[in-house]
Design a protein around this ligand. Structure first.
Ligand SMILES: *Cc1c(COP(=O)(O)O)cnc(C)c1O
Length: 232
């Protein structure tokens, strides 16, 4: 990576961290309550490495093959890998061991496969909820969430930590904010009747275009890709 690109990456990262802490402050929250997941799916591996050097230790990938490769190449760096994209059941076995948190737990079938694949330690996961109602999106329908949560909580090797969602593509920030509020409300209502040992503390929501709205509605993790790499 050239020095100018490194400088630009540092500026982008600094800007985003500032926007996160401003959004948290406006919501009466501490900046530390919101973790930045740097989504490196479109970034070159050198750029991802530069991000780690700059202190970003949570990296997100949406395609399993790239996650596997990069996890292997970064084995001796301090990186927590987040799987944020749809995962086919037959890829659970290779994905579970290299994933710190899987955000895209979008069907009971996948969750069963992940529990079976997580032999060394329970795998931390989020349930992905289709909050926008967009048919093209993956995710559990909000009405099915309680049922899936109960069944998933019985799987021995999963640690269910919360929910993940994506806002509708259309409608701008106002619609996004309503989608995020709906996810938080769903989390609150599930948490009231949650099975033992399931806390649902984490809310993974917000991307480059809408992470401030997500923080206003309680996001504990934002998944930011394109804004980090602007101009690089
Ligand atoms: C790509 C991706 C992101 C990051 O999106 P940007 O708009 O590039 O910030 C976040 N979440 C998921 C699930 C993604 O696939």
């Amino acid at each position: 990576m050239q020095a100018a690109q490194q400088q630009r990456l540092l500026e982008n990262l600094t800007q985003i961290r500032l926007r996160i802490s401003d959004a948290a402050a406006r919501a009466g929250r501490a900046a530390e309550e919101v973790r930045l997941i740097a989504v490196t799916k479109y970034a070159a591996i050198e750029t991802a490495a530069a991000l780690v050097e700059l202190g970003c230790h949570d990296l997100g990938e949406s395609r399993p093959q790239q996650l596997w490769q990069r996890a292997e190449e970064f084995a001796d760096r301090d990186v927590r890998w987040h799987m944020i994209g749809h995962l086919q059941t037959n890829k659970a076995k290779r994905t579970a061991p290299v994933t710190s948190l899987l955000h895209s737990g979008d069907s009971l079938r996948l969750l069963e496969a992940l529990s079976a694949a997580a032999v060394d330690r329970p795998l931390p996961i989020l349930l992905e909820i289709n909050i926008s109602g967009d048919d093209a999106k993956h995710g559990i329908a909000p009405d099915d969430a309680a049922k899936v949560l109960d069944a998933a909580a019985k799987l021995p090797q999963l640690e269910i930590q919360g929910l993940m969602g994506m806002a509708a593509r259309e409608g701008g920030v106002d619609v996004a904010r309503r989608n995020f509020a709906a996810l938080r409300e769903l989390r609150d209502s599930l948490a009231k009747n949650a099975p033992d040992k399931v806390a649902l503390d984490e809310l993974s929501m917000g991307m480059s275009g809408d992470f401030e709205a997500a923080i206003a509605e309680g996001a504990t993790m934002v998944r930011v890709g394109s804004s980090l790499f602007e101009g690089i």
